[in-house]
Design a binder for this molecule. Sequence first.
Ligand SMILES: [Ca+2]
Length: 333
Amino acid sequence: MLKNLITIYVVLFTLVSSSTLANNHQFNLWVSGFKEKAIKSGISKSVVDEFMSKVKFLPKVIEYDRYQPEFYEDTFTYIKKRTNKNKIKKGLALYKKEKAIIDKVETEFYVEKELLPSLMGIETNFGKYLGKMDIISSLATLSYDKRRSDFFTSELLILLNLVEKKIIKKDILYGSWAGAFGNFQFMPRTIKNYAIDYNNNKTIELKNIEDSFASAANYLNKIGWKKNTPCFVKIKLTDNIPKRYLNSSARNIKNKKSVEFFKKYIKNSNKLNIDNNLSAAIITPDKDIIPGSNTYTPAYLVFNNYEKILNWNRSLRFALAVCTLKNELKNEI
Ligand SMILES: [Ca+2]
């Protein structure tokens, strides 16, 4: 019996380690191909060699990619966890501490002063969880993986380019498992398109308050955030709402109509204090995701600004949490 068990163990161990070896071999082949591609795209050989010779396949990154807990949490739990009293207190403390820069950025980029602390609070718990992954290896692992290879390959090329041009410093490339970086978790393309060296020291530091707040505000402004217009309102739907109006995917918010149009499907709609002409959509974030959930509850009427937060992170719950915290902070500031 013991002998059999040992044999099984040895066979399993051999299988596992040979598959790891095969995986590493395949990954190294991918790295060689990527290096050629990067050099052809105009990145210098010295930068490519420096960064891609140390790169590692990170099995954990693939695990995280396949399991994203927010998909399994119901909306109520998700929002409650992330916008509790402690969060509000920390958001207020951050605002008080950085009032000068936050007020300056508010005026310059037309974003409400409570918006940036809310985003930072939900993204990284006010800078507490910036991620400790080597993001070159994270991006390489996800580029090598088949699921979203093209997307991550181009993110990795952009990152190497930013390092080569010394726009970001090479010794601070630690972030989330998906390659996002800094107080607001910018992906390389977002850094390239929207990040700002606000304190004028010739480098963009996304863990620094001045650069990260101005960069986040610039990003929101450029993608069309409208200051002092609503993000969402919670509603109760009537039973006769046609199913086509219910959005449960963050990929593409469909069937937008005016607030006035939707009022016939909303209980107590006379109490809604929202401009009738605003373009809106209905989301029911638990539908299709939480087993056995009631299709119509919870339901929210969402507006332009809500979709801007989705640009940031394609999760219906994430955007609801950001706007909920924003409302809470607005009441206190
Ligand atoms: Ca700077």
